[in-house]
Design a protein around this ligand. Sequence first.
Ligand code: AP5
Length: 215
Amino acid sequence: MPTYIVLLGPPGAGKGTQAKVLAEKLGLPHISSGDIFRENIKNNTELGKKAQVYIHDGELVPDDLTIEMIRDRFSRPDCVNGAILDGFPRTPAQADALCKMLKGFGGKVNMVPFISAPDNVLIERLAGRWTCRAAGHVFHGIFNPPQTPGKCDIDGSELYQRDDDKAETVTHRIQVYLTQTTPLIDYYKNRGVLVEINGFAPIEQVSMQLLSALK
Ligand code: AP5
């Protein structure tokens, strides 16, 4: 049976950081909707041009564009055994669409770790986040510093600060999360797959909570 895990939580909770740990541990692809949008923006595709304005303002990209993008990603053969989803779904309409897509593989959402942390911690994490240009590997100036400042430990590429990590945009992203994404907590709780994870702990301890929830 394929294994599909959806990481849920506010901006800066550590979804991307933990998705990489789970993907490696389980040998499954890490599908980050934010990374796919940023790749499209970098390559100046039609999707990138449409998504850019929403991402810059800290708004969600409309459901139809987002669902189509994920459907396209799921058409690749590496998803048939499962995937770690990071940042998708973010609305009930996206969650319903995901459910239908996975049925096509004979699969379903098996587990939804809901990673939470206080707002002041989220803001501090995003203000200090450094992301690698080549593959989206994530570091933090204080909590997870790269060995060489400005360079990715994994592939040596340049580290940059995301345009939507500015303090005022982060505050708005948290608000958007509260109004548009938190309904998914009950959505998945009612389906018996939600697992609460304390994200206000060091990275390794959050990983340990996740791995023990998987057992
Ligand atoms: P996206 O890229 O998905 O951003 P996000 O959900 O806001 O999440 P982040 O990437 O900001 O945070 P994270 O939880 O992954 O934290 P991370 O591990 O990096 O989306 C960006 C935009 O794209 C959206 O605003 C929207 O416009 C659009 N979009 C994307 N998906 C969409 C969808 N489905 N529908 C519509 N629009 C969509 O960690 C953050 C920092 O903290 C790092 O520096 C890390 O090193 C550090 N850190 C992590 N864990 C810890 C820890 N435990 N202790 C200390 N530091 C830690």
